[in-house]
Design a protein around this ligand. Structure first.
Ligand SMILES: [Zn+2]
Length: 377
């Protein structure tokens, strides 16, 4: 019985499929419309009289209309006047960049308040480039997930997530993860706020150059410098106050090792780059070199943090972008680090092994602001 029923059903489906396809084949395309809304129900982006007219519409900021000479001719009086040879066009929607906050209740209310202030402050001075909408794995709104490490990851959308990063998954595309260590609340550590600026700046960088994010010392060092400039400006203190300790002496003897992450065989994020301090030093040393050419401090920071990243998509190799923006060979920059005068700090903290260098000579001015850097006309 069951088998017979099954066969009968599938036959029935096959029969109706024939009927449907038959009716489509015999349908006559409607050519006359009373209103643009009716025409757009059939041709959502309007109609053009020719391929050349369709191209003109695109160049005027409209979505590409269908080329239908007859439909155009039959409706040009009723629905005209035409725009550059097209009817009933639709403007391309300008996408706005937006974050969506997913803030767990484990976070203290004062952190949540500061989080919103920080994102708003950065959005005003460092707006994300419109270019980010063409990054394949960026979806709007851009999701931010934040929680206190005192509780397990409360978000089922990001299984296994932890720490702070810009990560990606198939469902959400790129998204920001902020697991704030519980100790940063109990110790009143400013890092619980500066990490927001750090990860925001990575989104800014992705907006400028999604494919090439090299060298790593520039990407992570840049984000580190921005987070410290943020807390210096808005909280009146930063790790610059303590000389950015510890900057490993390795950064001077082997700067090329900071072109890659620890996990990729380099030193960024390793014990020679605690809190990305060594990477940040390289950024500051480069800024200092530009200043020695008579470039203002704010402009020199802008060249390193912004111009360089924006230049990356125009070059197959980041070294060419470096040369183009700084008029300097990467190797010459590395050599100049070795010949610079960065004395040993002689510090002996038990949590840091190996020699650290004194980088006081390249620290930014106390009065420098992100606004001065990024609002340079
Ligand atoms: Zn980072």
């Amino acid at each position: 019985m069951q088998r017979t029923l099954g066969v009968g059903l599938s036959l029935c489906l096959a029969f109706s499929a024939v009927v449907v396809s038959g009716s489509v084949a015999h349908a006559v395309e409607r050519v006359r419309f009373d209103q643009c809304s009716e025409l757009q129900a059939r041709f959502p982006t309007g109609v053009a009289k020719s391929a050349v007219a369709a191209q003109s519409a695109v160049s005027l900021g409209y979505e590409r209309p269908a080329v239908r000479k007859k439909v155009f001719r039959k409706n040009r009086k009723a629905l005209g006047p035409p725009t550059a040879g097209s009817l009933c066009l639709s403007k391309i929607e300008v996408k706005e960049f937006a974050f969506q906050y997913n803030l767990d209740s484990s976070l203290p209310a004062d952190w949540v308040a500061d989080f919103e202030t920080i994102i708003n402050n950065l959005g005003a001075v460092l707006p994300i480039s419109e270019r980010i909408h063409s990054v394949p794995d960026v979806k709007m709104p851009f999701q931010i997930f934040a929680w206190n490490s005192a509780v397990p990851n409360p978000f089922p959308q990001i299984p296994g997530a932890g720490g702070a990063s810009i990560s990606g998954n198939d469902l959400l595309g790129k998204h920001m993860i902020l697991e704030i260590p519980e100790s940063e609340f109990t110790n009143n550590s400013l890092h619980r706020y500066s990490v927001i600026a750090h990860e925001y700046f990575h989104v800014y960088q992705i907006g400028l150059s999604e494919d090439i994010m090299e060298p790593t010392w520039m990407i992570e060092g840049g984000a580190k410098v921005v987070e410290e400039l943020y807390t210096q400006q808005y909280y009146g203190q930063s790790e610059f106050d303590s000389g950015l300790f510890p900057v490993s002496a390795t950064v001077v003897s082997n700067p090329a090792a900071f072109e890659k992450y620890d996990r990729d065989g380099g030193l960024v994020g390793s014990s020679a780059d605690i809190n990305y301090n060594s990477s940040a030093f390289m950024v500051l040393a480069l800024v200092d070199m530009l200043e020695q050419r008579g470039i203002s401090e704010a402009r020199a920071f802008e060249m390193v943090l912004d111009d360089f990243v924006a230049e990356l998509p125009d070059h197959a190799n980041w070294r060419d972008a470096f040369q183009a923006v700084f008029s300097m060979n990467v190797q010459d920059f590395y050599s100049s680090l070795a010949s610079g005068s960065y004395p040993s700090t002689g510090a002996t903290d038990d949590w840091f092994e190996g020699p650290a260098i004194d980088v006081g000579a390249v620290l930014p001015s106390k009065s420098l602001t992100l606004n001065a850097i990024f609002a340079t006309p």
